[in-house]
Design a protein around this ligand. Sequence first.
Ligand SMILES: Cc1cc2nc3c(=O)[nH]c(=O)nc-3n(C[C@H](O)[C@H](O)[C@H](O)COP(=O)(O)OP(=O)(O)OC[C@H]3O[C@@H](n4cnc5c(N)ncnc54)[C@H](O)[C@@H]3O)c2cc1C
Length: 329
Amino acid sequence: VWKYSCFQGSALIAPGIYVLSTYNQTRNSMPRPSNPALEDVLGVQYPVLDHGYITLIDYMGNDDEIVRAARASISAGQKISDTKSLIRHLVKNRHTSPIEQVQMKFQVKMPIFIARQWVRHRTAKLSEFSGRYSKFECEFYVPTLDAIKAQSKVNKQGSDGELPEETKIKAQETLALNSAEAFDAYVGLIESGIARETARELLPVNMYTTMIWTMDLHNLLHFINLRMDSHAQYEIQKYAVVLAKFVYIGFPLLWEAFEDFTYGALTLSRLDIVALRLIGDFHGEKFSEECKTKVEEVFKNVSRSELNEFFEKLCLITGYMVDGQTKQG
Ligand SMILES: Cc1cc2nc3c(=O)[nH]c(=O)nc-3n(C[C@H](O)[C@H](O)[C@H](O)COP(=O)(O)OP(=O)(O)OC[C@H]3O[C@@H](n4cnc5c(N)ncnc54)[C@H](O)[C@@H]3O)c2cc1C
């Protein structure tokens, strides 16, 4: 029996003890869905960057659970597809709600500048370490020499191109020194009685923070799609790859469909299609200057980056590069 709480006047009366009795109820045999592949990695700390990690704390479901949620919309007796076909159908047609029924919960340790990007994914639930409540550990992200690149000239948000070794070493030393000095000053303020919430104001954004982060699978794949992409910052790509591995081992059919219809797929704009048709008229001839000029004409009213992206797609599909060389995509 349920005992319901009720309003008396404007006051909510404490409901007492709720009892959900099994007496006289029908019980279906329904064991908790398990996922042996995820059970194996539960609690394992997977290192990312110099001090970061991702640990799977809990999960809900498996590929079959996505399908069970999808079948909620089918009445008994209707023809049903097998698990793989149905999952591919869901991903291909963006029928996303059954994929949202499954969740994963992680503990993640990351530099604060990555956390700033991470928390933009609003569909997650998260609880983060509090620098007001507790003192930070002296842990800072210092990139390896490989991860230190020049400012990109093409992508204003990105880095691209090599720098002399000594420039990278100097950058690494500056980051490490600045971080250590900031932390010393932070400790000094705390020891002088300043509140933690004020002392932390001088800490740099390469300081590590920790959060518990729960995401449904549809939005986790959305995160992975955006953050594993080459346009995302190198450091968050590293985290996205580890998250992707969890999905890959725990939900292999969903991952395969995601790779086929989303991550490995290309979107063609209307202008891309016009340009492709135009190239088709050249019947596989060498990509001539005349053809290139015609394609440029198609994109003349939009940003140059759209034209460049079209050529990238063309290269990916055909292995053909605009300068006349060929390359396998
Ligand atoms: C390479 C890259 C560069 C970026 N650069 C910048 C930048 O310079 N500045 C900046 O501010 N951000 C930047 N971002 C962050 C980006 O704009 C998004 O905030 C972030 O990627 C989260 O995406 P999302 O909103 O789709 O995800 P989520 O917040 O997880 O939302 C998932 C989906 O749910 C829906 N949704 C969620 N909340 C709402 C809502 N309130 N109303 C309507 N629909 C909602 C949307 O369909 C959304 O796509 C960048 C992201 C990337 C990947």
